[in-house]
Design a protein around this ligand. Structure first.
Ligand SMILES: Cc1ncc(COP(=O)(O)O)c(C=O)c1O
Length: 405
């Protein structure tokens, strides 16, 4: 039954007063923090396309699996929220046992904090007056906020901003795993930076951040393990040396969905910052898992529904989802769930093309198809709202704090 906005709001108010029975939708309270929407309670087949959708059963199974894994492996979880930029998802990650979430940008961190999320680790260097002011303001409100530092000059800027704002900033040394993106070099340079930070009165050195993005998508589990172990070894050795020298480091943070079952066994990790596991994408399915060539430890919960809008050529079907509907940073496009072998090509901003010779059947005008996205993080950033489905019905609509700043 479709819900009117009014009945949704009434149900929401009754829910807030404690009446679970009055919740607008079934299932573990996915709808409790939904945006009002005319699509609530409607079948997914009615959503305007292209639509970003989340299968709640698969998503909840992904959350539970990562939580169980971290618990068994003896590491904490601080999942990366750059993947979803979505407060209701961060809330569920915390409810599943995460001690906080990571954010890539100050805007993401502010949106998460406004939604009541604590324990935020900013994994990018906060440089420049605007970011420094916002980081210190966030820390004044949430003193458990953490960020990273990779140079003495940057430490001085953080310290001065913290002094001006009257706060103490928690920092992790960002150590380069060999990717030369950010990070101080492990060994001597990292130890010198640690000493420099320890002398800053408004900084509190808490640990090491070392994220090896290059390891995450190495194809083949054994090769990935080798890559990650090699990339992280110097930072882990630096962590141990600093501790031996009496520097009270508590946190070693890093890791990804690709290495979640590899990094904790390396011995030094105190927390994992995997992100994509909540959604999954074509990119991750290709890398192979410990058990076989398809990485299916986590299920592809995220999708985009598109519509066939032109069928004027015998071998081609054109859909209404192109480069504005999917991230295009990978060599491959989206994968049609029903026919993973179907060849997709980009048809422009609003168009995608399916080669019917690879589909094995005709497609009707108006037919709706659901795709696994090529790369989840930048695809999600193309949408304002995530339509959450339970057995094909819209149970909740969650906002995405999209943007790049
Ligand atoms: C610093 C950092 N940590 C963790 C992650 C999470 O990685 P994944 O989404 O592959 O699990 C990312 C992703 O880009 C990242 O940039």
């Amino acid at each position: 039954m479709p819900l009117s906005r009014r009945s949704f709001l009434q149900a929401g108010l009754a829910g807030a007063a404690g009446s679970l029975a009055a919740r607008p939708v079934a299932g573990p309270d996915a709808g409790a923090d939904s945006l009002p929407s005319r699509w609530l309670g409607r079948p997914k087949d009615e959503l305007p396309t292209p639509a970003l959708v989340l299968d709640l059963d698969l998503f909840e199974a992904n959350l539970a699996r990562m939580a169980r894994h971290a618990h068994a492996a003896g590491v904490a979880l601080r999942p990366h929220a750059k993947t979803h930029k979505c407060v209701p998802i961060a809330r569920r990650q915390l409810a599943a046992g995460a001690l906080g979430v990571c954010a890539a940008t100050i805007t993401e961190a502010e949106a998460l904090a406004a939604g009541g999320i604590g324990g935020i680790l900013l994994t990018s260097e906060m440089v420049g007056p605007d970011r420094l002011r916002r980081l210190t303001a966030l820390t004044a409100r949430q003193p458990d906020t953490l960020s990273v530092v990779d140079a003495a000059e940057h430490a001085d800027q953080l310290d001065a901003a913290a002094a001006a704002a009257g706060v103490v900033l928690n920092v992790l040394l960002d150590v380069d795993p060999g990717s030369r993106r950010t990070g101080v070099q492990p060994g001597g340079p990292a130890r010198a930076l640690a000493q420099h930070v320890l002398r800053r009165r408004h900084l509190r050195l808490r640990g090491i951040h070392c994220y090896s993005g290059a390891s995450a998508h190495v194809i083949g589990h054994a090769a990935r393990r080798e890559h990650s172990a090699r990339a992280l070894a110097p930072a882990m050795a630096t962590f141990a040396e600093l501790r031996r020298e009496g520097v009270p480091l508590e946190i070693f943070s890093g890791g990804s969905t690709g290495t979640y079952d590899i990094d904790p066994a390396l011995g030094t990790f105190t927390e994992l910052q995997a992100g994509s596991y909540v959604f999954m994408d074509v990119d991750y399915r290709r890398i192979g898992g410990a058990g076989g060539p398809v990485y299916d430890d986590f299920a592809p919960a995220l999708g985009v529904i598109a519509t066939v809008i032109s069928r004027n050529e015998p071998r081609r079907a054109t859909i209404d989802a192109g480069i504005k509907a999917f991230a295009t940073d990978r060599r491959f496009g989206p994968e049609w769930r029903a026919h993973p072998g179907a060849a997709f090509s980009w048809g422009g901003d609003e168009h995608g093309i399916l080669d019917l010779a690879t589909v094995g059947r005709d497609l009707a005008l108006g037919e709706r198809l659901e795709f696994i996205v090529p790369h989840c993080d930048p695809t999600v950033n193309l949408y304002d709202r995530l339509h959450c489905l339970r057995r094909g019905v819209v149970e909740a609509v969650w906002p995405i704090a999209r943007g790049h700043a």
